[in-house]
Design a protein around this ligand. Structure first.
Ligand SMILES: Cc1ncc(C[n+]2csc(CCOP(=O)(O)OP(=O)(O)O)c2C)c(N)n1
Ligand code: SF4
Length: 354
């Protein structure tokens, strides 16, 4: 499909979904601080006081998902950081029914819970949570089965791009050239040799009613996507880019900046799909060079070694991947997306109790 036909199709789909055209137009005024505060729910499905590292993207993402999804939900949670830092025996940070599944079967457990709810005539929505290891790799088979059998489950993948809980091993979601404990940079290779798996395309091939990518840098966008998924009948899927300060090698105070740069450079595009077709994207107003994103993280430090000729080559390779995403999803836009509040909605809370 050409750029022009892509743009026309996206404009039509945006209109169909009651959203304004992405371009060209005067930039719309960002929502005011006060409005944002009012629109943010106070329900906390995940309590404070858990044991995540400071600046953990996964903890923030989960809090945002729970605020929008709760309180009438049940959760199946795969083994991983989220399960470990929220439930150190005998404590729990969860305020809703929650089951710790195996690493590989969160989707299957969620499917069983959903069937039981249906049999009992309850409308409680079932959610499944997994990290990228538990979703892209080891739990993929049960996820695919759950989607194919059309269970009414929202599956959320917290994508921190490695097996963090067991010591930063590479997963199929780890980006190309990132250094992990099982893809270390050195003489033999410049970090991970392989490409990040394009999971969303595989999910799209299941033609489920709704799938999306999201980022902790865009909380209002996460809330909207979760609410939409909750209202949708049938299987839905959201993958949330969630920086891990420990595994990515950045300060906990710049988690949002790192996440935002991943979107703004094109490496982690924010898209929505209905029945496998892209129906909306978060436009990038001023695409940033990929190196601005990479240089914030020590997992990419070797890509800035000027004495190593492979460093520039790998940076160019990553830039090409980001450019490809920008073209493929037609991400360039002049107008501020209503969901892009330039970070104003990051930490504020208040408003009515839901
Ligand atoms: C079958 C099986 N293999 C390995 C493990 C060990 N294990 C527990 S958590 C984990 C890593 C989880 O990684 P991910 O799903 O990416 O979540 P994260 O910790 O990064 O949030 C591993 C390998 C296990 N529990 N079960
Ligand atoms: S290791 Fe990473 S994902 Fe795990 S709690 Fe710490 S910051 Fe969060």
């Amino acid at each position: 499909m050409t750029d022009t036909s892509n743009a026309t199709r996206l404009a039509e789909l945006r209109l169909k979904h009651g959203r304004p055209p992405a371009s060209p137009a005067e930039p719309s005024a960002p929502p005011r601080d006060k409005d944002l505060r009012k629109s943010q729910p106070r329900f906390r499905g995940l309590e404070a006081g858990h044991r995540a590292c400071q600046g953990c993207g996964e903890a923030l993402a989960t809090r945002l998902v729970m605020e929008s999804a709760g309180p009438d939900v049940m959760i199946a949670n795969a083994t991983g950081c989220l399960e470990v830092f929220t439930t150190p025996w005998p404590e729990s940070a969860w305020r809703v029914p929650w089951i710790h599944s195996l690493f590989e079967n969160a989707a299957a457990v969620a499917a069983g819970m959903e069937s039981a709810m249906k049999a009992k005539g309850h409308r409680t929505k079932v959610l499944a949570f997994g990290g990228d290891g538990g979703t892209y790799d080891i739990g993929f088979q049960s996820l695919s089965g759950m989607l194919e059998r059309y269970h009414n489950v929202l599956y959320v993948c917290y994508d921190n791009e490695a097996y963090m809980n067991t010591g930063i091993q590479r997963s199929s979601s780890t980006p190309h050239a990132a250094s992990t404990t099982t893809s270390p940079s050195g003489k033999a290779r410049m970090g991970k040799r392989h490409l990040k798996k394009d999971l969303l395309s595989i999910i799209a091939a299941h033609h489920i009613p709704y799938a999306a990518s999201a980022s902790v840098a865009y909380p209002t966008d996460i809330r909207r996507k979760v609410r939409h998924a909750m209202e949708t009948e049938g299987p839905t899927f959201i993958v949330i880019h969630s920086p891990c300060p420990l595994g990515w090698g950045h300060d906990g105070s710049v988690t949002i900046e790192v996440a935002r740069k991943a979107v703004q450079c094109g490496l982690f595009p924010l898209v929505e799909l209905e029945r496998g077709e892209v129906c909306n994207v978060m436009p990038i107003r001023q695409p940033q060079p990929v190196s601005e994103y990479l240089k914030l993280q020590s997992r990419f430090r070797h890509l800035f070694n000027d004495k190593d000729p492979r460093a520039l080559e790998e940076r160019q390779h990553l830039q090409a991947l980001a450019d490809h995403n920008i073209t493929l999803f037609n991400l360039r836009g002049d107008q501020a997306d209503p969901m892009d509040t330039a970070g104003m909605d990051t930490v504020r809370r208040g408003g009515p109790v839901h």
